[in-house]
Design a protein. Structure first.
Length: 245
């Protein structure tokens, strides 16, 4: 175990109000590709840029193309929670972790067992009819061959935040409150380049800021602890040293 992971273990043991804020790097260890790395989604070639395809205007004007891209590239029904997700769920059971704030839409934190998950960009596990608001499971999108439609005839839309759409302000407000109340904020698997979500670190007033990311971030100089290795490995190893109550 590295010196940094030992220090993380002590921080976890001493804290009773931890908040975790995670990005795409949390889910890459579950086999879900991120967006901006060398082999990520944005590095591939498509008829339109991914930012265009994943926009509200494209969804409205090219609905079938959007659904095809979304189903093939953003849905990962076989993905399972990894060591990072499971460690965070265990920290919540121990009463130490109070909230998970995520930019991911894969729902893996919930599948791992976390209850207080604040999904800034929505969830691919939720889908709704744009006409009558009826709820549908992700299997409805997976099994669709064209535009998925409700029994009322309305279009079924994934409950994810697209480009050109605003974040849910109630979720943002709860996330900001959680960060402001935390004594430890752990940020993992994100370069902290995407706003407004990344700006939430500025609301932190606690004692320990921990950054776990394989590459450097613009906030490394502000952190009390920086760990440049696998987030799943770091959390899993640190958690194993914490005495059970």
């Amino acid at each position: 175990m590295s010196k940094e992971v030992n220090e993380l273990a002590k921080i976890l043991q001493d804290s009773n109000y931890i908040v975790f804020f995670g990005g795409a790097g949390v889910s890459t260890e579950s086999g879900i590709p991120d967006f901006r790395s060398a082999d990520g989604l944005y590095s591939e070639s498509y008829a339109y840029p991914p930012e265009t395809i994943l926009s509200r205007s494209f969804f409205e004007s090219h609905t079938e193309e959007f659904i095809c891209f979304y189903r093939d590239k953003l849905l990962h029904p076989d993905a399972k929670p990894n060591k990072a997700h499971l460690a965070l769920a265990e920290l919540e059971k121990l009463g130490k972790l109070k909230a998970v704030i995520t930019q991911n839409v894969d729902g893996l934190h919930t599948l791992a067992g976390n209850d207080n998950v604040l999904e800034l960009h929505g969830s691919a596990l939720r889908n709704f009819c744009m006409s009558c608001n009826e709820s549908y499971s992700v299997e409805t999108i997976i099994q669709s061959t064209k535009i998925p439609r409700c029994s009322c005839g309305g279009i079924i839309k994934p409950d994810v935040v697209l480009f050109e759409e605003a974040l849910d302000q109630s979720v943002m407000s709860r996330a900001i409150s959680a960060v402001a109340d935390a004594d430890v904020l752990i940020i993992g698997g994100t370069s902290l380049n995407v706003y407004p979500a990344a700006g939430m670190v500025n609301y932190f007033r606690g004692s320990k800021l921990v950054l776990i990311n394989k590459s450097k971030t613009a906030y490394d100089g502000y952190a009390d602890l920086v760990i440049n290795e696998s987030i799943g490995k770091a959390l899993d190893e640190a958690l194993k040293t914490i005495p059970l109550p």
